[in-house]
Design a protein around this ligand. Sequence first.
Ligand SMILES: C[S@@+](CC[C@H](N)C(=O)[O-])C[C@H]1O[C@@H](n2cnc3c(N)ncnc32)[C@H](O)[C@@H]1O
Length: 193
Amino acid sequence: MRGWNDDPFTKKARREDFAARSIYKLEEIDKKERILKGARLILDLGAAPGSWTQYCLKTLSAAHVVAVDLSPLEIPEDPRLTFLHGSIEDVDIVGALGGRKADLVLSDMAPKTSGQAFRDVALSLTLCELAFENAKMHLKPGGGFVVKVFMGEGFETYREMVRKAFTKHSLFRPLSTRKHSREIFITGQGFKG
Ligand SMILES: C[S@@+](CC[C@H](N)C(=O)[O-])C[C@H]1O[C@@H](n2cnc3c(N)ncnc32)[C@H](O)[C@@H]1O
């Protein structure tokens, strides 16, 4: 039987020295939406083990990333990276941003799944709402947002909330998303402030 380790995106991530296969989701979103373009200050929520942060640091040579996660990052330290270890509800994001507003807020946050679809969707939605609160609080006008959402109860209401806050929004299901996963990404560009 094929295991996760045989997955072509997992193998590619290992070959290319990325901490997780999730990198290819952000890469695909970025290639289509140019969401990273010109970003100098990025807030990466649910960043561990660190492949989205790696992608941002690699793609944008002048950018600084503030990464937050309950778990430690598994990537080399970098002077352009500030890591906050803890829940996004507890850490000092304003302090880490140095009083500045971010150009981009990313959230790949996911709860520990229980296998019970209804419960997992509800837990994920709570994290998405927290991510959106953070986007509203920390984004500069014109900024961008990427958030992972599990399809299910509450999805359309959440999507509508994001749509209203940005001049442009889109839905994205990357090729590297596993076949049976309920995940989908919402992007917002041109934060209305
Ligand atoms: C799919 S992983 C993120 C993968 C990451 N984007 C990457 O490319 O390496 C989801 C992460 O969300 C984090 N997470 C879940 N709830 C969180 C919370 N309340 N605060 C911070 N991080 C959280 C988990 O610890 C987990 O590491």
